[in-house]
Design a protein around this ligand. Structure first.
Ligand code: UD1
Ligand code: MG
Length: 458
């Protein structure tokens, strides 16, 4: 096939977003609108991908710059036809040019590919859809079945406004023809803009075939112009993700409407997910995993049968099979829990491995620690891993019992089977198999009396 160029229009202001941020940088499922479009066309293997920027151009270019992507400035913004005029010098000599919008994020790769294929370098192909409420859109005017022209809403007469088939803002055109056509556009219309849509009537006049293709659903062609529309599209996206997980993997959601994935979530069989959970980055849940309500889980792998209780926060963690975590636990990057490990409420784990059966059930911190099998790490105990300049490791052997409220001052090693008495500050290695205590001896003073308050003048 002759070469494919892709143009993404992203210069518009987005006034109705009422935001200082350029519209195409607003996020849907954690990814910018423009990045969604770039991801959708990535597999089309275009010769060139050109993004037209204008409002907030510096910010857009800085945030999305990537090899193989060319930004072309449009200043001022005189309409969609004027936007395409700016890229004319960058387009190839022949082949197909596919034009998409930076604020229409959920276009599917298959729909974009079908639109480009419908053009095939020889026809003008429009992506159109029938809408119950077509107001605001350019209407597809046909004679019989043949497309004759597109009339913008503001320029349409009453009969034309009754047409329900609209132009979605996406088209594919023979590149050489498109270059000539857009340079010939004029702006004698209601908005004094250069309308890209005027190339349709030009094609008809020249005898270039015009065809129309349709997306699978309107979700693919809905644009984002306001926070309300952004929130609606976000929900559609999330509902579709939940539906796919239910249909493909049998995931049971307490409520698929209260679920958010911002990245990729892979699930095994018999997974239960309670309400209000957020999954970010790459998350994998193996068979029989249960996620309690209101967990935030990011870049984490959870093995079979693990149970995550409500309000747990995880980032960059690995949870072994059968482990029980939470409620209110915090696992930070490098937290690696073995099989059947228990992490309870208000326990924070960072860059630490806990071997099979180890437990830290209440109010504790494990940072830069290696914890052996079956260790019991008491309430309120912490690894003092930071000396103010450097981090140091704490190594706790198998079957160690660390009492409550201990401070393990790293670097320090607790030998296998050792017991650390409650309230100890351990700054030297503790030998295996022994009780180590590091706290003042308890004293009681017989005959001691409490001081009494003295009265002035008494
Ligand atoms: C456009 C179409 C209309 C279609 C609708 C679909 C034209 C003339 N009209 O109308 O037929 O039904 O989209 O949503 O094309 N942009 C630029 N530079 C500009 C103007 C716009 O880059 O000078 C970009 C915008 O950022 C946006 C896209 O082009 O991504 C569409 O612009 P917009 O102003 O939304 O066009 P509509 O008036 O909605
Ligand atoms: Mg628009």
């Amino acid at each position: 096939m002759a070469s494919l160029d892709i143009v993404i229009m992203a210069a518009g202001k987005g006034t109705r977003m009422k935001s200082a941020r350029p519209k195409v940088l607003h996020r849907l499922a954690g990814v910018s609108l423009l990045q969604h479009v770039l991801d959708a066309v990535a597999e089309l293997a275009a010769a060139k991908t050109l993004v037209v920027t204008g409002h907030g151009a510096e910010t857009v270019e800085a945030e999305l710059g990537a090899p193989g992507l060319t930004f072309v400035r449009q200043e001022p913004q005189l309409g969609t036809g004027h936007a395409v005029q700016q890229v004319v010098p960058h387009l190839d000599q022949d082949g197909t040019t596919l034009i998409l919008n930076g604020d229409v994020p959920l276009i599917r790769p298959a729909t974009a590919a079908a639109l480009a294929a419908a053009c095939g370098g020889t026809k003008l192909a429009l992506l159109t859809i029938e809408l119950a409420d077509a107001s605001g859109y350019g209407r597809i005017v046909r004679e019989g079945s043949a497309v004759k022209t597109i009339v913008e809403h503001k320029d349409a007469n009453t009969a034309q406004r009754a047409i329900r088939e609209v132009y979605t803002g996406m088209l594919a055109a023979p590149t050489a023809w498109l270059k000539r056509a857009v340079m010939a556009l004029v702006n004698d219309n209601a908005q004094r803009e250069y309308y890209l849509t005027d190339i349709v009537a030009m094609a008809v006049a020249e005898g270039l075939p015009v065809v129309a293709t349709q997306p699978a659903s309107d979700t693919e062609v809905l644009g984002v112009n306001s926070p309300v529309q952004l929130a609606e599209l976000e929900r559609r996206y999330q509902r579709a993700c939940a539906a796919a997980l239910m249909e493909d993997n049998g995931v049971r959601f307490a409520d698929p409407a209260r679920f958010d994935v911002r990245g990729t979530l892979k699930c095994g069989g018999d997974v239960d997910i309670d309400v209000g959970c957020v999954f970010e980055g790459a998350v994998t849940l193996a068979d029989n995993v249960k996620i309690g309500a209101h967990c935030v889980i990011r870049n984490t792998r959870i093995d079979a049968g693990a149970v995550i209780q409500p309000f747990t926060h995880m980032d960059g963690a690995h949870i072994g099979p059968g482990a029980i975590v939470g409620p209110f636990a915090r696992l930070r990057p490098g937290a690696d829990l073995g099989q059947d490990v228990h992490i309870g409420n208000f326990v924070e784990v960072k860059n630490s491995t806990l071997a099979k059966g180890a437990k830290a059930n209440h109010l504790a911190y494990l940072g830069d620690a290696t914890v052996g099998e079956r260790v019991n790490y008491g309430a309120g105990s912490i690894s003092a891993n930071y000396d103010g300049a450097n981090k140091h490791r704490t190594v706790i052997g198998a079957d160690v019992h660390v009492g409550s409220n201990c401070v393990l001052v790293a670097p320090v090693t607790i030998g296998e089977g050792a017991t650390i008495g409650a309230g100890s500050t351990i700054a030297k290695d503790a030998p295996a198999g022994q009780l180590t205590l590091a706290r003042p001896k308890q004293v009681s003073m017989a005959g001691w009396t409490r001081p009494k308050k003295t009265r002035p003048g008494a």
